[in-house]
Design a protein around this ligand. Structure first.
Ligand code: DCP
Ligand code: CA
Ligand code: CA
Length: 362
């Protein structure tokens, strides 16, 4: 049976999360920014919603330039809160994971999945499953996503980007070449500006040009390894398996507090059992954590987080408890009553890796 692989990518992710938490933003250009602090306008745009993109705002653009592009139209400039986006990301990944054969998270807002067994290799069933994923993510998280389905990762990734936002593109094996041929070469994953420039200088503009380029010519330009990849990818050939990268990349627990509160001791007491639980899980899996985040959810369901990256990974419970308390103390100073509270451990590492690291260091 030939494989069926999907790729799901959330639309304008950080900006969409901000819209979910504050629906009044939906009619405004929303720009999620990393402020570097020197002046009010120094920093870059991390991402923006499609309203802002219509004015030419792009990811990575200086905030000052983005402001000029808006041309007098008022936009919402929002500080990036990575921890918050991770909470949404974790929940979306769980929705997908429970419905596919194998999930490979490929970024904070995207994942590949293998659904060969689940669908019996049938593209009709794959289409239904893709719609189910999109629908479930929309109903539970209010987030739209774009999905691509195809015979491998290269095709699925290009397909998910083909119709955005809120798209679904299914490319059956017999349609692969017709689908890829007219596309521009920079649609192929791994073709960055440098590779693209070199290809264009050699009159290779469309994927079909690349697909029919003589192997020796590509090898001269890019070396054996990249040449083989480009030749295969442009012909829709890709054998890379979808790999679950070793289970949990994070461990988290959320609780609903007995009453909405801003009291550190109260929250600390209620969080004790889940904290013990998450620590037990960590130890049972022989893992160390390097990053710890605290999560607070308010009446209006908005999320605020604080996180800390430790100098060295640990599985020490007293360190965990101390860090969580300190992080909640700062979080609570800046915000009102919490309805729910949680903790998240990430940058998890195997104890074995850890030991060999210290051995090398010593
Ligand atoms: N991101 C960033 N800086 C960049 C590109 C992206 O901080 N230069 C962050 C913000 C994005 C998230 O990563 O929301 C996911 O990146 P994507 O490339 O998937 O872009 P978006 O999800 O924002 O938009 P799209 O609808 O095109 O997927
Ligand atoms: Ca995205
Ligand atoms: Ca992405």
């Amino acid at each position: 049976m030939s494989r069926i692989v999907g790729h799901l990518d959330l639309d304008y992710f950080y900006a969409q999360v901000e819209e979910v938490e504050n629906p009044s933003l939906r009619d405004t250009p929303v720009l999620v920014c990393v402020f570097s602090g020197r002046t009010e306008e120094s920093g870059v745009v991390s991402t923006s919603n499609y309203k802002a993109r219509a004015y030419g705002v792009k990811s990575g653009m200086p905030i000052a330039l983005a402001k000029r592009r808006l041309n007098g139209v008022e936009g919402a400039f929002i500080r990036m809160d990575h921890g918050k986006y991770e909470v949404y990301s974790d929940r979306v990944m769980e929705i997908i994971r429970s419905r596919v054969d194998v999930l490979e998270q490929a970024g904070i807002d995207e994942a590949f999945f293998d659904i060969t067994k689940k669908t019996g290799g049938d593209y009709g069933a794959a289409t239904a499953l893709a719609l189910e994923l999109k629908d479930k993510i929309f109903r539970e998280e209010k987030l739209t996503s774009s999905v691509g389905i195809g015979p491998n990762k290269v095709v699925a990734k290009i397909a998910s980007d083909f119709k955005k936002p809120n798209g679904l593109t299914v490319v059956r094996t017999i349609e692969v070449l017709a689908f890829l041929s007219p596309l521009s070469i920079n649609r192929i994953y791994g073709v960055g500006p440098k590779t693209a420039k070199l290809l264009e200088e050699n009159d290779i503009m469309a994927v079909s040009d690349l697909a029919s380029a003589p192997a020796e010519r590509l090898e001269d330009l890019f070396g054996k390894k990249l040449a083989v990849y480009l030749h295969n990818a442009s012909n829709g050939v890709d054998e890379e398996p979808v790999i679950d990268r070793g289970g949990a990349s994070q461990l988290s627990r959320m609780i609903t507090l007995k009453h909405d509160t801003n009291d550190l001791d109260q929250i600390g007491a209620e969080l004790l059992p889940p904290l013990r639980d998450v620590h037990e899980k960590l130890v049972s899996k022989n893992l160390f954590f390097r990053n710890v985040s605290t999560i607070g959810i308010f009446k209006d369901l908005s999320i605020h987080t604080r996180s800390k990256t430790l100098e060295t990974p640990t599985n020490d419970y007293s360190v965990l408890e101390r860090e969580v308390r300190e992080l909640f103390a700062t979080l609570l100073r800046e915000v009102g009553d919490l309805r729910r509270a949680g903790v998240r451990l990430s940058e998890l590492q195997d104890m074995v890796d850890q030991r060999s690291l210290t051995e090398f260091a010593g």
